[in-house]
Design a protein around this ligand. Structure first.
Ligand SMILES: N[C@@H](CCC(=O)N[C@@H](CS)C(=O)NCC(=O)O)C(=O)O
Length: 208
């Protein structure tokens, strides 16, 4: 049985969505952020030493990192769905999006979050952070100009992995100048599996 260790308002929301897209049986174990610090509770460290979410367990296997979890679920349980065949150019593009999400695109959005907490002391950093956010959102917007999903007409795990970038951009009110990006996020949110996942995950403040 697949067990998803789910922290409220977190990247693990997209794993519930993936499991719903694939129609797989799964169990959610829920963890609540500390209302003041927003940190994960210490019990999550009993599942994996980093204490971050998502964590997925499947029998003896424990997987961390959203991208690795999405890859694991699709490869082991997807039955050929939601990713291109590994011997195609589309697969190369798929892998690029899977790494790009957390490896590059999320960084300025996360910096924006932390540096904002510094108040005036963080002010010198904001021009560079803003420029990098625009750089990444502009790239994504351009990539989506001629296609419904990141790989073209076919929805894939890359859309699931990259969705959090679009949602965080929306959460910080930075998505509206990017019409293609905005339309893509709305397209994702309209999917019935996305809606079911929101219900099962008890909502997410980042689903915007
Ligand atoms: N790159 C990792 C990030 C994991 C991560 O930082 N998760 C956050 C939630 S979005 C978390 O667990 N935060 C709680 C904490 O740091 O205490 C992934 O994509 O899975």
């Amino acid at each position: 049985m697949i067990v998803l260790h789910h922290l409220n308002d977190s990247r693990s929301q997209r794993i519930i969505w993936l499991l719903e897209e694939l129609g797989l049986p799964y169990e959610i174990r829920r963890y609540q952020r500390d209302p003041t610090t927003r940190f994960a509770p210490p019990e999550l460290k009993q599942i994996h030493p980093l204490g971050k979410s998502p964590v997925l367990t499947d029998g003896p296997t424990t997987v961390i990192e959203s991208g690795a979890i999405i890859d694991y679920v699709i490869r082991r349980h997807g039955g050929g769905r939601l990713q291109p065949s590994p011997d195609t150019a589309a697969y190369d593009e798929y892998v690029q999006w899977m790494h790009y999400a957390e490896g590059s695109a999320m960084l300025p959005l996360i910096l924006n979050f932390y540096v904002a907490r510094l108040g005036e002391a963080g002010a010198p950093l904001f021009p560079r952070i803003e420029a990098e956010i625009a750089n990444h959102l502009g790239y994504l917007d351009h990539a989506l100009a001629t296609r419904a999903y990141l790989l073209g007409d076919a929805f894939s795990g890359a859309d699931v992995q990259m969705s959090f970038v679009g949602e965080m951009a929306g959460f910080y009110g930075k998505r509206s100048p990017y019409a293609n990006l905005d339309a893509w996020v709305r397209r994702l949110h309209a999917r019935p599996a996305y809606q079911r996942a929101l219900e099962n995950g008890s909502g997410s403040r980042f689903a915007c």
